[in-house]
Design a protein around this ligand. Structure first.
Ligand SMILES: Nc1ncnc2c1ncn2[C@@H]1O[C@H](COP(=O)(O)OP(=O)(O)OP(=O)(O)O)[C@@H](O)[C@H]1O
Length: 263
């Protein structure tokens, strides 16, 4: 037991914080969607955000890449620190190139597999065909889909299966060399086999990236995350090592939720 605690403390010391959220609130007009959020996301870890529908999980994720600001009438208070700088002062374009996002439904562009992956690097000014070829191959390999698509890079991405499209979207994300990947229920539209592939991929990607994943799937959170935040009614009820949240939660509401008593 004592050893476990020592281990946890050592991990805490090594892992660098990526996003630090302090006393953060968000309102959509009159709806108080995030209430006094205090949460630190660390590098090289998978952080799962769980909680019942409408508790603010997606809002929190979209706050981290400042997408939520596109919604008219959004107000915030408190602060989020990214790279030792207030997130609100961080240049949005640069932020979006450091923070990749993968959505619930695979969202490839109606272009070839190659063009889907090369799109981000091209936007960032890379024109050299050899360099683009290299990025495309590396990203597709990184997303464990290279072998399945290497002989048809110039076919339309819509001809891939749902699970392949989702891995393509992850490859598209890797091509911009992000620091953080945000995933909003990335496997909810996938069959069990594709889900396992994406989960395996997420576990491997954390060696390089900070990954924050919203999921309704408790087993998935338990399988792939290092830390879990339980959100309820816009608040973080409990945030801890995933093992603690699932096996020794401190709050009765966490225990009730993970054991399926509500939500
Ligand atoms: N664009 C918006 N305009 C107004 N209210 C919004 C908007 N988006 C979300 N909300 C409200 O904010 C609250 C949190 O929503 P959010 O989508 O973040 O929850 P969630 O936990 O991700 O839910 P789910 O699991 O169903 O996706 C809800 O009350 C929701 O109705």
């Amino acid at each position: 037991m004592e050893k476990d605690t020592e281990h946890v403390e050592r991990v805490e010391l090594i892992k660098k914080p990526v996003f630090q959220t302090e006393d953060f609130h968000l309102w959509y007009g009159d709806t108080h969607a995030l209430k006094n959020i205090n949460l630190t996301i660390h590098e090289k870890e998978v952080t799962a955000i769980i909680g019942p529908s409408g508790c603010g999980k997606s809002t929190y994720l979209k706050t981290l890449n400042r997408m939520v600001e596109l919604v008219p009438g959004v107000k915030t208070s408190g602060k989020i620190v990214y790279q030792n700088q207030a997130l609100s002062d961080y240049p949005v374009e640069e932020l979006r190139s450091r923070v990749g996002m993968v959505f619930q439904k695979p969202t490839p562009f109606p272009k070839s597999i190659y063009e889907n992956v090369a799109y981000g690097p091209k936007i960032h000014g890379i024109r050299n065909k050899l360099i683009l070829d290299e990025i495309v191959e590396k990203s597709l390999r990184g997303a464990y889909i290279w072998d399945e698509v290497k002989d048809r890079l110039h076919t339309n991405a819509y001809r891939l299966s749902g699970g392949q499209q989702q891995r393509l979207c992850i490859a598209r994300c890797l091509a911009i060399e992000p620091e953080i990947i945000l995933m909003d229920e990335p496997t909810s539209a996938l069959d069990p086999k594709s889900t396992l592939k994406v989960e395996e991929l997420i576990r491997d990607l954390k060696d390089k990236y900070a990954i924050t994943i919203v999921t309704h799937n408790m087993q998935q959170a338990a399988r792939i995350s290092d830390r879990t935040a339980f959100f309820l009614d816009g608040k973080v009820v409990e945030y801890d090592q995933t093992n603690t949240i699932f096996h020794h939660p401190h709050d009765k509401r966490t225990e009730d939720y993970i054991s399926g008593r509500f939500g």
